[in-house]
Design a protein around this ligand. Structure first.
Ligand code: ADP
Ligand code: MG
Length: 337
């Protein structure tokens, strides 16, 4: 990184010596290792996510929103486990040290980091194709992490927030779909600045039986829960389709679900298969409905019940008349396309 120098770049954009560190961070940026000490009795929850230019984002995307998203997708993994964020590392490969880009990127990154009291504690910086890899460290009481393996037949299936709008925005940016300007701006916000459900994840400890975050699409990520828990699922198409915030703009807001309408099938496909929403999909026992709702209200996050866990493997999507739907729903797989 010769234009600015690797160390000058780190010092200018990533080292923030004036910021107080949480007690778990004994030593942050500046030495060969960061030193972390979990709160006594707690367990580490650790996750990494890599964002590659041209694969996970457009190379010319606003660097501020990219900084936000790079951390958001990692915090979303902590949320899915019910863990509390402690800190993160950033491995950054950059084609050049562009001050405007670095300024925007670090602002977006730190705005979200500060909102979650999750400081940057170390990393690596090198020249190369634009690539961002973050590892987050969180903590959770032993035995209380939300796992994918705990769903049981009879449990409700819940989803936080809205689903499908990020994929819809992406299709609009690709020129494969259309939305009025105002609706596109909202959908694009969902794509570029997802909200990790960190508070909700922690509030669901001891209530949810299983959880995952929706990064690759609802069917895919719910599928991980089903596989790990050795169960199946029945989803209600009408409840699912209403998760698409932009639904009114592509269906004419019929208020119900018409399996023969092209627009409704398209909307349902965004909800079931679209990726990049970073909401939580989780399961909980029937008796826990009130607890789920009050946990969600406490975090100011909407949650919706969209179906139930069944004993037999596989997923059935049901029309309002109870009949099973068959659609071209495949979850997004980076190696399949
Ligand atoms: P080393 O060569 O020993 O791996 P470096 O010289 O690469 O260390 O980094 C110097 C210090 O700056 C280290 O504390 C490292 O964690 C930190 N650092 C390097 N790049 C970044 C980055 N992109 N974000 C945060 N900290 C970084
Ligand atoms: Mg290095």
């Amino acid at each position: 990184m010769s234009d600015l120098g690797e160390f000058a770049l780190i010092a200018r954009y990533f080292e923030r010596s004036q910021h107080p560190l949480p007690t778990q961070v004994v030593l942050g940026i500046g030495d060969d290792c960061a030193l972390l000490q979990p709160t006594p009795g707690m367990q580490w929850a650790i996750s990494s996510d890599m964002l590659v230019s041209g694969r996970h984002f457009f190379a010319d995307v606003n660097p501020r929103t990219l900084g936000h998203k790079a951390l958001a997708v990692n915090l979303s993994d902590l949320a899915a486990c019910g863990a509390r964020p402690v800190g993160f590392t950033l491995a950054l490969s950059l084609p050049d040290a562009d001050p405007a880009w670095l300024q925007g990127f670090s602002q977006g990154l730190f705005a979200l980091a500060d909102a979650h009291h999750c400081p940057l504690v170390g990393g690596d910086t090198t020249r190369g194709p634009l690539n961002i890899c973050i590892t987050v460290f969180g903590e959770t009481p032993p035995g209380q992490a939300l796992l994918r393996s705990g769903a049981r037949a009879g449990d409700d299936i819940w989803v936080s927030g809205t689903l499908g709008d990020a994929a819809l925005a992406l299709h609009c940016l690709w020129g494969r779909d259309q939305l009025p300007a105002e609706a596109l701006a909202l959908a694009r916000q969902r794509l570029e600045q997802p909200t990790p459900r960190v508070a909700l994840g922690q509030a669901l400890r001891g209530i949810a039986t299983a959880a995952a975050d929706v990064s690759d699409g609802l069917l895919g990520d719910l599928g991980h829960i089903l596989e790990r828990s050795r169960v199946g699922a029945e989803l209600e198409a009408l409840d699912a389709i209403n998760l698409l915030a932009a639904r009114a703009h592509i269906t004419g807001a019929s208020g119900t679900f018409d399996p023969h309408s092209q627009a409704d099938s398209t909307a349902l496909r965004y909800v079931l298969s679209g990726g990049d929403d970073y909401e939580l999909v989780f399961t909980a026992a029937l008796e826990s409905r009130l607890q789920v709702e009050s946990a969600a209200t406490g975090c100011g996050t909407r949650v919706t019940r969209i179906g139930r866990i069944v004993r037999d493997p596989g997923v059935t999507v049901k029309a309002p008349d109870g009949s099973a739907l068959h659609g071209p729903w495949a979850s997004f797989d980076h190696f399949a396309t």
